[in-house]
Design a protein around this ligand. Structure first.
Ligand code: FAD
Length: 501
């Protein structure tokens, strides 16, 4: 067994995952003597999609010294306060999943319990009436959250919509500035050590051989190292997630819609469509089940639902929802699409890249590659993916589109035990439980349960400490304060102009 610190790290792939890993690890290890080389192939290119994020991205680039306004400017970015789900609860209906809280918890009891009592008594509007994130998103408004919110009612967060290839460039610049060496070449083969089965080196089409001690596989769906060379295996989740294809297409901005501060997810016959506004164009795509509609029908639906003129040819992308059985196998760690894929319904792929990088730093190996560290990494990754998987399955399971085979099948399916337990706990008495390694907070689950009309049978009895008249006044004041806050907030477009977009 070899000893001593890792000195040569090789990252394979220069998509969003590769350059995010390079930038972050180069910053983290900048005084450690670790040499980082990234190899990418301009002949092969990147997947070219991935435009919506969740708020953790801001912490990620913030740690590299990048400011929100710089990233927005350099990536044609817009602000994202929520996802708006159109037609999921039933055709014609819409609701938001905001990055923020609902109402105000009192006496350690969640706001939604008070709301349930009031809603049942016919004394409260929908729970979304008590979310600043929803009110801002719906009003097309945007402001940065106060670092010291005056009340829990003012707590919300935000993320970005951006051009992922421009974001990768920003990451590349940061990585190169910290000494990462970049090679543009195609990897032709991977050489394994005959004794250990570890990766020794990569043979490039330039004739060069690239040696390394630790390899990070960011080669995209192909998983060149983790699967191509190491045959790690893949766990498919198709039994719960029935979409297996997407068609993506960029268009001019839709004149009928301003630059809304939210991602749109619009349910169609056999899946859902995304609409993502950037400052110079719109990203569109239809994620669908090929067992229910053909490519032609999917494309026709997408074209019918994109108002601005088409800027790019449609790009069909097949996928298998699931995860690599071991994200870390021998001396190779898969990050990004090579480690697994969950459809972009909640914009989680880039977030899973961030958390993978965090775990690499936390459990960075030495040359001995002790199994404990590897097992821990794999367990954390598996749990994280499964938690996101469950959240996404929930969207389908609770859909309210009756009489459409795809949606009926989703509603009628059995769900994983972990999800069934969560749903049952909520149904019984509105319990929200956050599991270990869960990316989404309770408020996100609440947004989906409520939006999809899955309401509990009971609420926390502690709520009865307050009488209805008292709560009615408190709810009224809360709504009034939110409305006033929103009225005083600038429009999203004005905010973007102000920062120079
Ligand atoms: P890629 O972009 O595919 O990069 C792979 C890299 O490996 C490239 O540089 C390529 O040149 C290199 N490579 C491959 N083979 C070789 C070789 N032989 N030699 C040398 N180099 C090689 N995520 C979100 O967070 N939000 C979204 O809204 C979102 N939308 C999505 C929509 C769809 C339809 C899909 C499929 C994905 C979406 N994603 C989204 C996921 C997101 O696109 C990816 O997580 C992200 O782009 C990272 O991709 P990657 O870097 O792993 O792979």
């Amino acid at each position: 067994m070899q000893q001593g610190p890792i000195e040569q790290l090789v990252i394979v792939g220069g998509g969003t995952a590769g350059w995010m890993a390079a930038a972050n690890l180069a910053e983290h290890f900048k005084h450690s003597g670790l040499s980082i080389t990234l190899v990418e192939s301009s002949q092969i290119g990147t997947i070219g999609v991935g435009e919506a994020t969740i708020p953790s991205i801001r912490r990620f680039y913030g740690a590299l010294g990048l400011k929100d306004e710089d990233v927005l400017r350099r990536t044609n970015g817009t602000c994202k306060l929520a996802i708006r789900f159109d037609g999921w609860s039933k055709p014609g209906d819409a609701f938001y999943h905001p990055f923020g809280l609902y109402g105000q918890d009192v006496r350690q009891v969640g706001f939604h319990h008070y709301w349930l009592k009031m809603h049942r008594a016919g004394k409260a509007g929908p729970i979304s009436d008590y979310s600043l994130g929803v009110a801002l998103a719906d009003g097309g408004k945007f402001t940065r959250p106060s670092p010291r919110p005056p009340s829990p009612l003012s707590v919300f967060d935000w993320a970005l919509h951006f051009d992922a290839s421009l974001f990768a460039k920003v990451m590349k610049e940061s990585a190169l500035a910290n000494g990462v060496k970049a090679i543009d070449a195609k990897i032709e083969s991977v050489e394994l050590n005959a004794e250990t089965g570890f990766i020794d080196s990569l043979a490039l089409d330039t004739g060069a051989k690239l040696e390394g001690e630790l390899f990070i596989d960011c080669s995209g769906f192909r998983g060149l190292l983790i699967e191509g060379a190491l045959e790690t295996g893949y766990e498919s989740w198709s039994e719960w997630l029935h979409c297996d294809r997407a068609v993506a297409m960029q268009s001019e901005l839709d004149d009928t819609q301003q630059l809304v501060p939210y991602t749109r997810s619009i349910a169609h016959k056999a899946g859902w469509q995304w609409k993502i506004p950037l400052t110079n164009r719109q990203g569109n795509g239809y994620v669908f089940s090929s067992a229910h509609i053909s490519d032609d029908e999917a494309l026709a639906t997408l074209r019918d639902n994109v108002k601005g003129s088409q800027r790019t040819e449609p790009n069909f992308i097949p996928f298998v929802p699931g995860r690599r059985r071991r994200a870390w196998n021998r001396n190779c760690i898969a990050v990004g699409l090579s480690s697994g894929f969950l459809e972009p319904l909640e914009s989680t792929s880039i977030a899973l890249i961030e958390t993978a990088i965090d775990k690499i730093k936390l459990l960075f190996p030495d040359k001995s590659f002790r199994p404990g560290v590897i097992d821990e990494f794999n367990e954390m990754t598996a749990l994280e993916y499964e938690r996101v998987r469950d959240f996404i399955i929930l969207h389908y399971k609770l859909n309210g589109r009756h009489g459409e085979p795809f949606w009926d099948q989703c509603r009628e399916m059995e769900v994983p035990d972990t999800l069934a337990r969560k749903m049952q706990l909520f149904k019984e008495r509105g319990h929200l439980v956050k599991y270990r390694w869960e990316i989404f907070q309770n408020a996100s689950w609440l947004a989906m349960y409520n939006g999809l009309n899955y309401l509990p049978d009971g609420y926390d009895p502690a709520v009865d400490h307050f009488d209805i008249a008292y709560l009615e006044k408190a709810f009224f004041e809360m709504k009034k304060s939110l409305d006033e806050g929103v009225a005083a907030t600038p429009r999203h477009e004005d905010f973007l102009q102000e920062i120079g977009r």
